[in-house]
Design a protein around this ligand. Structure first.
Ligand SMILES: Nc1ncnc2c1ncn2[C@@H]1O[C@H](COP(=O)(O)OP(=O)(O)OP(=O)(O)O)[C@@H](O)[C@H]1O
Ligand SMILES: [Mg+2]
Length: 351
C-alpha cells in the first residue's frame, strides 16, 4: 500500500499540452476516481503514474520516494485496462499466476497464491478454462486477479468495466468495492460512469483540458460544485443551469419569468437547480410555469422536460413515476430554495 504524490506534472504530445501542472496528493488506502470529458487527460495521467508514459515536467512520488525515472515494474503498481488483454492460449490459472511464475516462485507457492486470488474473485471453478470460454465479467475478474496477485502498492484502473453489460457492471462494481475494503490498497480509477464514480470514490478528481478543476468527496462535488463545469458534469440528468437576474430580491429567469426564489446575494448570473429539487404544482398566476414537452419514464423515477419559454431551454424535473403525464399540459414549478445554486458571470459558485 502506498501514498502517491504528483507534483507539477506536465505532458505534451508534440505541441499539444495535454496535462497542465497537476498537483495531487493521494493518501495511503484511498480510492480516487478520475472523471472528465473524453480527451481531458485521464488515461494519460494514469499512464504517467504507472510509468507507461513519460512526462515532460514534474515529479511522481510513491511512498515519498521519487519514482519519476523508474520503469513501470519498479514502481510496484498494477494497471487494469478496459480491454482485459489476457493471454489467449493460457488458462485462467496460468493467466493469474503468470507474473509470479516468471519471477521464479515455486509451484506450491504459486498454487497457493493463485488459489487465494481465485477465492477472492470467485474464479475457483474456472481455473482450467481458456479466456475464450469466459464471459466478459469473468475475463475482467481474471484481469483483476492477475493484477492483485503481485500485491501491488496501488491499483490503477482505466475504465475497467466499460465493455460489460449493465448487470455485470453492477456486479463487478460491487466486487471492486469489496476488494478495496478487504485489501485496503490505494486505488485510482478512471470512469465515465457517474454511478461508479459516486459509489466507489473516497474522493473524485474532476479534470478538464488537462487540469484539475475540483477534488472532493462525492457528496461535496454533488452539493457544493465550485463552478459551472463541475455543477453540470456531476449528476445525471444534469443540473438545470438557467440565465437569471435579480429584481427586488426575487430571481427571474431570463428577464421576466419570476421564480419563487428570493436571495440577498448580488451579481448573480446563472441559477442552478437539480431535477430532483424542483416541485411541480398547478399552473397559477405568479408561479413559474410551462408546458411538458417530453417525458422519460424509468420505472422507479420519471423526468419531464418543461418549456417555460426560456430561450431554447427546457427545464428537467424529476417527478413521481406514478403521475400520469400529459404532453403539452401546463404545470407550475417551484424550486426548493435550499438546493438552489448561484453562479457569477465567470462561472464560479457564489457562496
Ligand atoms: N500517443 C498520443 N499522441 C498524441 N496525442 C495523444 C496521445 N495519447 C493521447 N493523446 C491526446 O491527449 C489528450 C488526452 O488523452 P487521454 O487519452 O488522456 O484522454 P482521456 O481523458 O483518457 O479520454 P477518454 O475519456 O476518451 O479515454 C487527447 O487530446 C488525446 O488526443
Ligand atoms: Mg481514457
Amino acid at each position: 500500500m502506498a501514498s502517491i504524490i504528483l507534483q507539477n506534472i506536465s505532458k505534451w504530445f508534440s505541441s499539444n499540452q495535454v496535462i497542465k501542472n497537476i498537483d495531487l496528493n493521494i493518501k495511503d488506502g484511498e480510492f480516487i476516481v478520475f472523471v472528465g470529458p473524453s480527451g481531458c487527460g485521464k488515461s494519460t495521467l494514469l499512464r504517467i503514474i504507472s510509468g507507461l508514459e513519460d512526462l515532460n515536467d514534474g515529479t511522481v512520488l510513491i511512498d515519498d520516494l521519487d519514482v519519476t525515472d523508474k520503469i513501470p515494474y519498479e514502481r510496484g503498481l498494477s494497471m487494469v485496462f478496459q480491454s482485459y488483454a489476457l493471454y489467449p492460449h493460457m488458462n485462467v490459472f496460468d493467466n493469474i499466476g503468470f507474473s509470479l511464475k516468471t519471477s521464479g516462485v515455486n509451484s506450491d507457492i504459486l498454487k497457493k497464491k493463485v488459489g487465494e486470488v481465485a477465492k477472492i474473485l470467485q474464479l475457483e471453478d474456472l481455473l482450467h478454462r481458456l479466456p475464450k470460454q469466459l464471459s466478459g465479467g469473468q475475463k475482467q475478474r481474471v484481469a483483476i486477479g492477475r493484477s492483485i496477485i503481485r500485491k501491488p502498492k496501488a491499483f490503477l484502473f482505466d475504465e475497467p468495466l466499460s465493455n460489460l453489460d449493465a448487470a455485470l457492471r453492477v456486479e463487478m462494481r460491487l466486487e471492486i468495492s469489496k476488494l478495496h475494503k478487504e485489501l485496503g490498497v490505494t486505488t485510482i480509477y478512471v470512469t465515465h460512469d457517474q454511478v461508479e464514480a459516486m459509489t466507489l470514490a473516497d474522493k473524485i478528481v474532476v479534470l478538464n483540458e488537462g487540469k484539475i478543476i475540483q477534488i472532493g468527496s462525492p457528496h461535496k462535488l454533488y452539493n457544493y460544485p465550485k463552478n459551472l463545469f463541475v455543477a453540470e458534469f456531476i449528476g445525471t440528468p444534469k443540473m438545470n443551469i438557467l440565465n437569471c437576474i435579480k429584481k427586488e430580491e426575487y430571481i427571474y429567469l431570463d428577464q421576466n419569468k419570476k421564480t419563487n426564489i428570493k436571495t440577498k446575494k448580488e451579481k448573480i448570473f446563472k441559477l442552478g437547480i437539480r431535477p430532483d429539487n424542483i416541485e411541480i404544482c398547478k399552473s397559477e398566476k405568479n408561479i413559474l410555469s410551462g408546458q411538458i414537452k417530453f417525458c422519460e419514464y424509468l420505472g422507479s423515477e420519471q423526468y419531464v422536460y418543461v418549456d417555460c419559454g426560456i430561450n431554447n431551454k427546457l427545464i428537467i424535473v424529476k417527478i413521481d413515476p406514478n403521475i400520469k403525464v400529459i404532453l403539452n399540459e401546463k404545470i407550475g414549478l417551484k424550486f426548493i430554495s435550499k438546493y438552489v445554486h448561484f453562479f457569477s458571470k465567470d462561472g464560479l459558485r457564489l457562496i
